[in-house]
Design a protein around this ligand. Structure first.
Ligand code: ATP
Ligand code: FE2
Length: 322
């Protein structure tokens, strides 16, 4: 069984072929690097100019022919409308021209499923921190439920915006991590945890209004926001009585965040897992693999009902494959 998956919710367009045994045969992607702000339509133009080449390369690299493909999966949401539409159009055309079943995948759930495939995590809490998303997700009573999330913007977007204001290149996350290592002073920034949810905009505004050294600001932003994520993750762990934390999303490549997770899980006698970087960031293998799991459980959609879902909620999906 070969599944071709397409990812295209935000900056990254990707195509991947995986097998029903969970082998990732190819995983190709290209990322639209924005100059200023987020331009969904420009990102979508980027995706439409690359998608055919990427699909062809993913099939070639997988060492199969297009006639070997059994299922087409695509990222149905959540994400930026124009990007989602471009990706869905490509998936629909493939499904129609090759006469193959189509599966619409929730992007957040895909981050969790690829983590379960690539690591030894079996029933983890997912701390998913990317550009557009920040969520704590766990499986409970037949669905992936969101135990906590950002009330405004994803942490990655906040770091990128802060970086842009400070003249850093996009994506700023890795550059902020570097600067933070030289920072020593902990500047007072608003610690914004509301119940199980978090907020980042106020922290960014407060940091931009300070005259402190950039190194100290980067250090303080990391310490404050990561501590908030650890607090919410720890409480979710206790609440659902799980003992595994899985990391997903581009921001979790941050070594300081990983070390804080390591400390917290150690204290709780829990384990933590992070997939290889190519499976942390947006990638098509996670869509192909989740598409496989869903199709195997009898889930597919017709082209007519394959409309994109910009605000696709994680807990909307009935998880019949677990
Ligand atoms: P989404 O997954 O929400 O659709 P996206 O495409 O922006 O959005 P990812 O590809 O998962 O998300 O991750 C990109 C984000 O990760 C960027 O915001 C980037 O700044 C951030 N990032 C990458 N590496 C690091 C790091 N070492 N420390 C902090 N942030 C990082
Ligand atoms: Fe993502």
């Amino acid at each position: 069984m070969y599944v071709l998956g397409l990812e295209g919710t935000a900056h990254t367009i990707g195509a991947s072929v995986v097998t029903g045994e969970g082998e990732v045969l190819s995983n190709i992607s290209e990322t639209y690097k924005e100059k200023e702000g987020i331009h969904p339509r420009e990102a979508a133009n980027h995706h439409s100019s690359k998608v055919v080449k990427i699909i062809k390369k993913s099939i070639l690299d997988a060492g199969i022919g297009k006639k070997d493909i059994d299922v087409i999966a695509f990222s149905q949401g959540p994400g930026l409308g124009p990007c989602l539409r471009t990706t869905a159009t490509a998936a629909r055309s493939l499904s129609l021209s090759l006469d193959l079943p189509l599966v619409g995948v929730n992007h957040c759930i895909a981050h969790l499923e690829i983590g379960r495939l690539r690591t030894k995590a079996e029933n983890p809490i997912l701390l998913y921190v990317s550009g557009g998303n920040t969520q704590v997700i766990a499986f409970s009573k037949g669905r992936y439920r969101v135990f906590g999330e950002t009330l405004d913007i994803g942490l990655g977007n906040m770091l990128d915006k802060f970086g842009r204001e400070k003249g850093m290149k996009f994506p700023a996350g890795p550059l902020i991590e570097k600067k933070a290592k030289q920072g020593e002073k902990l500047i007072d920034l608003p610690y914004s945890v509301k119940g199980m949810d978090v907020e980042f905009s106020g922290i960014m505004t407060a940091a931009l209004n300070k005259d402190d050294a950039l190194e100290d600001l980067c250090h303080s932003i990391q310490e404050t926001t990561f501590a908030m994520l650890i607090e919410v993750t720890e409480r979710a762990l206790a609440h659902v009585r799980k003992d595994e934390v899985l990391l997903g999303g581009g921001v979790v490549q941050n070594k300081r965040l990983q070390s804080m997770i390591r400390t917290m899980t150690k204290e709780r006698d829990a384990e933590w897992y992070v997939p290889e970087p190519e499976f942390c960031v947006d990638n098509a293998a996670m869509i192909a693999w989740t598409g496989y799991l869903m199709h195997d459980a009898g889930i597919s959609i017709s082209v007519e009902e394959s409309n994109i879902k910009q605000n696709f909620r994680t807990d909307e999906v009935e998880v019949t494959w677990r």
